[in-house]
Design a protein around this ligand. Structure first.
Ligand SMILES: *[C@@H]1O[C@H](CO)[C@@H](O)[C@H](O)[C@H]1NC(C)=O
Ligand SMILES: *[C@@H]1O[C@H](CO)[C@@H](O)[C@H](O)[C@H]1NC(C)=O
Ligand SMILES: *[C@@H]1O[C@H](CO)[C@@H](O)[C@H](O)[C@H]1NC(C)=O
Ligand SMILES: *[C@@H]1O[C@H](CO)[C@@H](O)[C@H](O)[C@H]1NC(C)=O
Ligand SMILES: *[C@@H]1O[C@H](CO)[C@@H](O)[C@H](O)[C@H]1NC(C)=O
Ligand SMILES: *[C@@H]1O[C@H](CO)[C@@H](O)[C@H](O)[C@H]1NC(C)=O
Ligand SMILES: *[C@@H]1O[C@H](CO)[C@@H](O)[C@H](O)[C@H]1NC(C)=O
Ligand SMILES: *[C@@H]1O[C@H](CO)[C@@H](O)[C@H](O)[C@H]1NC(C)=O
Ligand SMILES: *[C@@H]1O[C@H](CO)[C@@H](O)[C@H](O)[C@H]1NC(C)=O
Ligand SMILES: *[C@@H]1O[C@H](CO)[C@@H](O)[C@H](O)[C@H]1NC(C)=O
Ligand SMILES: *[C@@H]1O[C@H](CO)[C@@H](O)[C@H](O)[C@H]1NC(C)=O
Length: 652
């Protein structure tokens, strides 16, 4: 008894005993998170007018910082600023005008024409107008004061006790359960879990900072783009789940941010949360495999269609939320491309090695890549072209050859192609042909391999690749993730075995039963042989002017329903045999999925006709990711492709 008491006594006096993790406040029924590290401090010693702006029962008041561009600040400039803030930012709202601080970044003396500003000040319920010392006003009622750190303009919250200024984060609800957790910058080069919940308790809250804080520069080309991250990338300060409760609880907060993620942060992108993944980035269907965590919801069609995986959260989230600009997943054997197709968004598997995969939970070192999803090809291409620094950025023109595989990726039979899907694909191909100034050449990879393969190997590509993917993924993931997790879990739980979802467990067991370790060298050999062949006698040849001699294209998704409430038995082996999705991985080449149309179906969920996305895969020679992204951006600019919306339909 005494010892327990003594222990509690000690804890109570520890420095971590009492911590303010921030608070949730509402302005006009919009929720905001106030907390984290203060970004500046306002000298509030000369006035107490801000008291009238304090949110009841708190010590917080809203503040708008405005940069003066002109030497005289009058009503017209004031109005334009407020209109600009409202139209370009979803965090700002006029309630923030209750207190205002005017500063001049250019450090020129300026004056405020208070008389012309006062109608709008009155209308917005302003209680206090403050200015930097360099700014003068002819009328009284303006308080000159200082900030300890100069701030970008936009909305903030201020502590009425200390003058500490905090960023304004708007809280959104993750209705489609795309996120594992919301995150905020911890002010120390890492992140912390968002310590905030709103009244929509069935959804997680995600906090997004004002867009007004960020300015795109040469050093920060991705400034202000908000992104979510598949929860297999380690981020300093946060736990990683990899879709597994045992993994999440076995390992503590990570000490290092994956270099691929750090690169995005360094370029100004804003991480808002970690997103759902099929467990350990394997494959899985909602009813068979999502045992540990719930499968995110695909917003397309009736909202109850399989979102695909394994980058499920990033795919579902980018198709659901206007407040998210892009998301990051990974692709080993289709884990980016599957969700890109099912959600009808842009999403890629880059060339293998395009960016570091260090500090990412691996599936296979030979095949893992990091990809991006976006609704808009401009944002997609901006991210890709700044992110992949290990690939060739050089291209002067687009390829003049289009190689087209008329049948699909093997996910469907051609008989299930609707006339709407067929028309959408044909229209896209015509557009692509005229953009490139070429006509398609019909190709058949199986036949090309049989006819031009290295003479000492099998003519049957299905035999060559029967177990290649299975061996590469089961060996690497068991050795690098499964085995250590079993050992670490057992050590912490008196020899117990961790729970593993059916699909990864079956795959790891397949690896053990078939002794796949002994075939790893053969698998790498087969892959390398194919990679060399693809660049010389296949359809992935490089070119000095266009980076890639051709664009290799095939149908990715035809928009047929796959209801998430259908019961499946989890598969008991990894995928075997050759299929079109596997080419990019074996060839190490970049491939992007582009939305080209929608196909109707009669929903058994909604009782209405609903629509699902139709998409095409575009591939280029290994290392041509910048060219491929530029092509997609320019196809959108020329109207061959269109940016998509969030929600049930792509374009309406
Ligand atoms: C408002 O936005 C427009 C268009 O983005 C820009 O040209 C203008 O300079 C902005 N005005 C102010 C006062 O920021
Ligand atoms: C602004 O100008 C004043 C006077 O010209 C000068 O003393 C001060 O250092 C300048 N501040 C900055 C941030 O440039
Ligand atoms: C982070 O570092 C601490 C201290 O070295 C260590 O105990 C912990 O296991 C590390 N966390 C992870 C996830 O590796
Ligand atoms: C494409 O085919 C059409 C019809 O066969 C032909 O008129 C046109 O010249 C071809 N274009 C190119 C670039 O070969
Ligand atoms: C491709 O070639 C293989 C082998 O010659 C053949 O079996 C297959 O039917 C062809 N596919 C198409 C779509 O023509
Ligand atoms: C086929 O021959 C090439 C070139 O001699 C060699 O590199 C390769 O290993 C051989 N492949 C097999 C499957 O033996
Ligand atoms: C593919 O591998 C599986 C599992 O090892 C085996 O049962 C099957 O016969 C193989 N198929 C071919 C075409 O080699
Ligand atoms: C490698 O290719 C050979 C055919 O050349 C095939 O028999 C073997 O199963 C393949 N092995 C792996 C692991 O891919
Ligand atoms: C499988 O390979 C890994 C690494 O290549 C090695 O550490 C492990 O001991 C091997 N296991 C077996 C059963 O051969
Ligand atoms: C491409 O460039 C390489 C190296 O710069 C050169 O060796 C090669 O001949 C060029 N190929 C063509 C087709 O111009
Ligand atoms: C939906 O059902 C109606 C009525 O049975 C039928 O006419 C229509 O063709 C169906 N549409 C689709 C896309 O299957």
């Amino acid at each position: 008894m005494f010892r327990v008491g003594a222990l509690l006594f000690l804890f109570a006096f520890g420095s971590q005993a009492l911590v303010d993790r921030g608070k949730v406040v509402a302005l006009n029924n919009v929720n905001y998170y106030v907390g984290g590290t203060p970004v500046s401090r306002l000298d509030i010693s000369r006035t107490d007018s801000f008291q009238a702006a304090v949110i009841p029962d708190s010590d917080i008041f809203p503040l708008t910082v405005i940069n003066l561009g002109t030497s005289t600040f009058a009503g017209t400039q004031f109005r334009t600023h407020v209109a600009n803030f409202s139209s370009s930012d979803d965090v700002f709202q006029p309630e923030f005008l209750r207190t205002i601080y005017l500063q001049n970044e250019r450090n020129v003396t300026s004056s405020v024409d208070l008389a012309s500003c006062s109608p709008l000040l009155k209308q917005s319920g302003n209680h206090l107008l403050m200015t930097a010392k360099s700014i003068t006003s002819r009328l009284g009622g303006v308080v000159q004061t200082t900030l300890t750190e100069c701030l970008p303009h936009g909305p903030y919250f201020v502590s009425a006790k200390t003058g500490d200024i905090f960023k304004a984060y708007r809280l959104y609800h993750d209705e489609n359960l795309a996120f594992i957790q919301g995150t905020v910058d911890d002010g120390a080069n890492g992140f912390m879990s968002l310590p905030a919940v709103t009244e929509d308790v069935i959804a997680r809250s995600i906090a997004v900072p004002s867009r007004l804080y960020y300015t795109v520069t040469d050093d920060q080309p991705l400034a202000g783009l908000r992104f979510g991250l598949k929860d297999i990338y380690h981020v300093k300060g946060l736990r990683t789940s990899a879709g597994s409760r045992s993994y999440f609880y076995t390992y503590g907060p990570q000490n290092t941010t994956a270099p691929s993620v750090q690169q995005l942060l360094d370029q100004g992108a804003v991480l808002v949360g970690k997103m759902g993944t099929v467990q350990f980035a394997n494959a899985g269907s909602p009813t068979a495999d999502w045992v540990d965590l719930h499968c995110p919801f695909n917003p397309r069609g009736d909202g109850y269609q399989d979102p695909s995986g394994s980058s499920t959260g990033p795919g579902a989230g980018i198709a659901s939320y206007d407040w998210l600009d892009f998301s990051v997943g990974s692709d080993t054997g289709g884990s980016m491309r599957g969700p890109a197709g099912s959600q009808g968004v842009y999403g890629n598997r880059p060339s293998t090695g395009a960016i570091s995969m260090d500090h990412v939970v691996p599936l296979s070192n030979a095949l893992d890549t990091a990809g991006a999803f976006a609704r808009d090809a401009d944002i997609y291409a901006r991210v890709v072209q700044h992110w992949y620094t290990n690939t060739n950025a050089d291209y002067r023109d687009y390829p003049k050859r289009l190689e087209w595989v008329p049948q699909g990726s093997g996910y469907f039979s051609p008989s299930s192609l609707s006339s709407e899907a067929s028309t959408a694909i044909e229209n896209f191909l015509h557009g692509l042909e005229s953009f490139l100034g070429t006509n398609r050449t019909i190709v058949n990879v199986t036949q090309q391999w049989a006819e031009t393969r290295p003479s000492n190997t099998t003519a049957d590509i299905n035999e060559l690749f029967n177990t290649t993917y299975a061996v590469l993924t089961t060996v690497d993931q068991w050795n690098l993730v499964g085995k250590p997790l079993f050992a670490d879990y057992a050590a912490a739980h008196d020899g117990r075995t961790p729970f593993i979802n059916p699909n990864p467990l079956a795959r790891w067991q397949w690896g053990q039963e078939t002794n796949s370790n002994s075939s790893y060298g053969a698998a790498l050999h087969n892959m390398t042989m194919f990679r060399d062949w693809w660049q010389t006698s296949g359809f992935g040849a490089p070119d000095n002017t266009t980076c890639s001699e051709s664009i290799f294209a095939y149908i990715w998704d035809i928009g047929v329903p796959s209801y998430r409430n259908r019961y499946f038995i989890s598969t008991n082996s990894p995928p075997l045999g050759f299929d079109y999705w596997a080419i990019a991985g074996y060839a190490g080449a970049g491939e992007v999925i582009v939305p080209v149309g929608e196909s109707p179906y009669n929903s058994t969920i909604s009782g209405k006709t609903e629509y699902l996305p139709v998409s095409v895969a575009l591939q280029a020679a290994r290392g041509c990711d910048h060219m491929l992204a530029g092509l997609v951006r320019d196809l959108q600019a020329s109207g061959v492709l269109k940016a998509v919306n969030t929600g049930s339909r792509l374009w309406s």
